[in-house]
Ligand binder design. Structure first.
Ligand code: UD1
Length: 445
């Protein structure tokens, strides 16, 4: 077994000195010996989907901002690199705090390779457009769940008065002589379009109204951050968001909310392994759809002010799940919960209500013995007693987290390849799991 628990001071030093080099080389993998009941406490990091919106939002400020509770994940280091390449000054105060001075931003073009390595790079379109009236950003990369169009983002920008041109290499160029507030109705509830329209409109003359807006916790977190800087945004967390443009935004210190999906993943791990885990630093309200389903499956859930204890003694029960925009069951918890359904008593179904193709991971689960059939946007699981260890791939970020759960409950030693996806969104997953008693290590070929 390789040493997996780096002392935290060493991690901090690496973070300080390299500042942006989170991530792993292609040949590294996780090795997990299954069968251990997880027990103890785990601290949840700052929310990935909030921080990837808030870091670009700093561009809109006229003064430096300090962002706290940022998770140490590769999507954050990519966002910070993009900011630096645009001309911002980024200073690492401690492993989870950065200070960003956007006054030196003097470019409007986002680096091609960085943009391609994460989905949320498209938030730089809204932020740059809202600040300078122009942006040039390559079509983003990120996890593949079928088509991921950005027509609604463009619809919003156009409503504000911007024009867009698609250049070679999939680069989108946006420009506006003058942006003006307007009403935008989103035909589909879209997190990304809601964020991007908020970013583009916050400093624009007049009132912008987003109807059928997304209500995810990270939408509220972004609105709170912008309001702390002096913006006038009301209704975030409901399906109508009103943004009255302001002329100036000031510096702010802001702490990112805890990650709903990381918390849900550790809760699922506790239930899957028949463990007893206190998941700390969470907002229980954000986790209600997940706790309801875990409860239905037989786990015992105890909610505290900022922690949730998950225990599970008996077998898991089957249940049916449909993913939906918040406050429905999150699509980003779909692969993780599927592992539990693979070993639950009886037959369960998952209906995917957000993405057209989010079941690619089921082929990996089948390698471990799972009995799952996919038909369109529905997967049916016939629960078996035990999964069997195998070599599997993380086909995307949350699919990778599901493979970790599968490895934790399987008989034997599971190896997970392509872990760079997992490290886009889970801070110190090996260290956190080791502290809960799991037999996990990160190895290089
Ligand atoms: C965000 C999350 C992602 C999560 C997803 C749904 C971030 C960085 N990522 O992704 O982890 O899985 O929300 O909760 O926060 N759509 C359109 N046109 C558009 C935009 C979206 O038709 O212009 C459709 C998509 O194809 C999808 C649905 O709307 O079917 C929801 O997508 P959206 O909420 O935009 O997802 P993202 O913001 O990309």
């Amino acid at each position: 077994m390789l040493p997996v628990n780096f002392p935290s001071a060493f991690c901090a030093l690496v973070w300080y000195s390299l500042s942006t080099s989170v991530g792993c080389k292609g040949l590294e993998k996780y090795r997990i010996k299954g069968g251990v009941r997880l027990s103890g406490a785990v601290d949840i990091s700052g929310a990935k989907n909030a921080v990837v919106a808030i870091l670009p939002a700093v561009i809109l400020s006229d003064e430096p901002c300090r962002i706290e509770n940022i998770p140490h994940i590769s999507d954050v280091s990519t966002s910070l690199k993009i900011l630096e390449k645009l001309g911002a000054k980024v200073e690492h105060i401690d492993p989870h705090t950065v200070e960003i001075d956007p006054r030196t931003v003097d470019k409007i073009e986002v680096d091609h390779d960085l943009a391609k390595s994460m989905r949320a790079s498209y938030y730089f379109i809204g932020a740059l457009l809202g600040k300078t009236g122009s942006a040039r950003v390559p079509m983003p990369g990120g996890c593949w769940f079928g088509e991921r169009p950005i027509d609604l983002h463009l619809k919003g920008f156009h409503a504000l008065g911007a024009e867009s041109v698609q250049l070679e290499d999939g680069i989108i160029e946006m420009h506006a002589e003058q942006l003006l507030g307007n009403s935008v109705y989103l035909d589909t509830v879209s997190v990304g379009a809601t964020v991007n329209i908020m970013l583009a409109s916050v400093r624009v003359r007049g009132m912008t109204v987003i109807e059928n807006a997304a209500k995810e916790p990270h939408i509220v977190d972004l609105a709170n951050f912008l309001n702390t800087m002096g913006a006038d945004i009301r209704g975030a967390g409901t399906d109508v968001i009103k943004i009255r443009g302001v002329q100036q935004l000031y510096g702010a210190t802001y702490s990112i909310i805890p990650d709903q999906i990381e918390a849900g993943t550790y809760m699922a791990m506790a239930a899957a392994t028949g463990g007893d885990v206190l998941v700390r630093n969470v907002i229980p309200k954000h986790l209600e759809s997940i706790t309801t389903k875990l409860d239905e499956m037989g786990a015992r859930i105890e909610e505290m002010d900022d922690a949730i204890r998950v225990r599970c003694e008996g077998p898991l029960h089957c249940c049916n799940i449909k993913t939906m925009p918040h406050p429905g069951f999150p699509t980003d918890m779909q692969p993780q919960i599927a592992v539990l359904l693979s070993i639950a008593d009886g037959t369960s179904t998952i209906t995917e209500g957000v993405w057209e193709n989010r079941f690619r991971y089921t082929e990996e689960l089948q390698k471990m013995g799972a009995q799952v059939e996919v038909d369109g946007n529905r997967a049916t699981f016939n629960g078996i007693e035990k999964l069997t260890a195998a070599t599997v791939k993380a086909v995307d970020l949350r699919a990778g987290a599901a493979m970790v759960i599968a490895g934790l409950v399987a008989d034997g030693v599971t190896e997970i390849e392509d872990i760079r996806y997992i490290e886009r969104g889970y801070e110190d997953i090996i260290e956190k799991l080791s502290r809960l008693g799991a037999k996990v290590e990160r190895v290089s070929d």
